[in-house]
Design a protein around this ligand. Structure first.
Ligand SMILES: Cc1cc2nc3c(=O)[nH]c(=O)nc-3n(C[C@H](O)[C@H](O)[C@H](O)COP(=O)(O)O)c2cc1C
Ligand SMILES: C[S@@+](CC[C@H](N)C(=O)[O-])C[C@H]1O[C@@H](n2cnc3c(N)ncnc32)[C@H](O)[C@@H]1O
Length: 403
């Protein structure tokens, strides 16, 4: 099964991160009755209002009962049929709308049936099975075809089976199997106390998640050895020693390269996993550095540096307050005449993936007008083994003016 890409805003367990709705099922591999029972058992243990368990499931299994499977398939929306015909099992979820203890309407019946069904899907994923829920079907015909009582509400049909070959799908569906999965940001769907009051996830959470779900070598910014732009700038500056700070050190490759050149390097990152990775790399390379968790927007560092490296942090801050906090930290931590080497996405880079802010030379000149001097700005690229088409970047050499 193709693995879809997603950007999590906070770390989540594999169970939640890896479930998704594939269209590629293996038509030749039946779902064992034991596996199916485990999925249904997971649904059985879902919570429900008054413990009513208002859900029912009808199993249409092509290998066990081709006739009813065909009947269920025929009620699906034509577009759903195009891929669901490969799924060996179709599970119809039905909600009973009256409480059994008093016959009153159960307005949570649909909610509870949905809860049970996601439990089924997550259990299936744990067993190596794939699921895809559908709302696109003709409920009346389905009811009639599968002898579902009139009072029941058919909520969904879930395709279940083992993952299959993407190439066997119709051309229209193939790109969907590798497209990025997206969601509304937490800020849009979570309210703090009152409706409409902003709730923000912790800044570190998204980065932490990124480092936890991907090995550092596969991150788009991973660059083995010192980035050529930094290398050239250092050669040009003739700076060969002194106190250097690598802010947002990430995998730590730039930190280690600087230390090997003779700088006394401190590295910081907001992500614990990034710091861990940098410390491990330093140990493996037998290099001495200082590295700890620190937020550049609210830094606990106090001693100033001769050189600061920013390879890919500044462009992460899209709010003016954050940009100003970043600049305040740099004014405090860069010695007079000290150098900031800054590499960020270029405004001409239009790809959707990447940081929220992109810059032209003029933007950098304006933003760094107070206390800094832009010495050089070069159009360049963010080269990395993980990216086939390197994004356009802007590389800047900035000097701290004496205050
Ligand atoms: C109630 C419900 C109805 C859905 N109906 C359809 C459908 O008719 N056809 C389809 O292709 N996908 C359908 N989906 C799948 C959603 O499009 C899918 O869950 C959503 O895009 C998020 O993708 P993910 O499940 O891969 O995270 C449905 C999902 C749910 C929960
Ligand atoms: C694009 S990555 C670049 C990593 C590294 N400089 C490199 O070139 O491999 C940006 C890094 O900045 C870190 N970061 C983001 N916001 C930060 C903040 N407020 N303070 C410190 N680090 C931060 C992230 O955790 C991430 O490791």
């Amino acid at each position: 099964m193709a693995q879809q890409r997603m950007n999590v805003q906070a770390p989540v367990k594999r169970l939640f991160a890896k479930r998704w709705s594939t269209r590629a099922f293996n038509p030749d591999k039946p779902v064992e009755k034991e596996q199916l029972a485990s999925c249904l058992e997971a649904a059985r243990w879902a919570p429900s209002c008054f413990g009513e368990q208002p859900w029912h499931y009808i199993i249409a299994d092509r290998f066990a009962d081709a006739e009813n499977w065909h009947k269920a398939l025929a009620t699906l929306a034509p577009k759903n049929q195009l891929w669901a015909r490969h799924a060996p099992v179709l599970i119809v979820a039905v909600a009973e709308h009256a409480f059994s203890h008093n016959g009153n309407p159960n307005r949570w019946a649909e909610y509870d049936t949905g809860q049970a069904t996601i439990c089924l899907c997550l259990q299936a994923m744990q067993l190596g099975l794939a699921t895809h829920q559908m709302g696109g079907f003709d409920a009346d015909t389905l009811k009639q075809q599968l002898a579902i009582p009139e009072t029941m509400h058919v909520m969904s049909v879930t395709a279940l089976g083992y993952p299959g070959d993407v190439a066997a799908l119709d051309d229209d569906f193939q790109p969907m199997e590798s497209a990025s999965r997206t969601r509304k940001p937490l800020q849009e769907i979570v309210h703090a106390g009152l409706w409409g009051d902003a709730w923000k996830p912790p800044a570190a959470a998204g980065w932490e998640a990124r480092y936890q779900e991907t090995s550092v070598e596969r991150l788009p910014w991973f660059h083995h050895g010192l980035d050529a732009d930094f290398e050239r700038a250092l050669a040009q500056s003739e700076l060969t020693e002194g106190a250097a700070l690598d802010i947002g050190c990430g995998p730590g490759t730039q930190t280690i390269a600087l230390a090997k050149r003779g700088f006394t390097v401190t590295a910081t990152d907001i992500s614990h996993s990034a710091v861990e990775s940098t410390l491990q790399l330093a140990e493996a390379e037998n290099v001495s550095i200082t590295c700890h968790v620190d937020d550049v927007l609210d830094s606990r560092l106090s001693d100033p540096f001769d050189l600061i490296l920013d390879r890919g942090i500044f462009h992460c801050f899209d709010e003016n307050a954050d940009q100003q906090a970043y600049l305040a930290t740099l004014r405090r931590l860069l010695k007079p005449q000290g150098l900031l080497l800054l590499k960020c996405f270029h405004k001409d880079e239009k790809s959707e993936m990447g940081p929220p802010c992109r810059y032209h030379e003029t933007d950098i000149r304006r933003l760094f007008a107070d206390g800094f001097e832009l010495i050089e700005a070069q159009n360049t690229y963010f080269t990395s083994a993980a990216m086939e088409k390197p994004p356009k970047a802007l590389f800047c050499i900035i000097r701290r003016l004496a205050s």
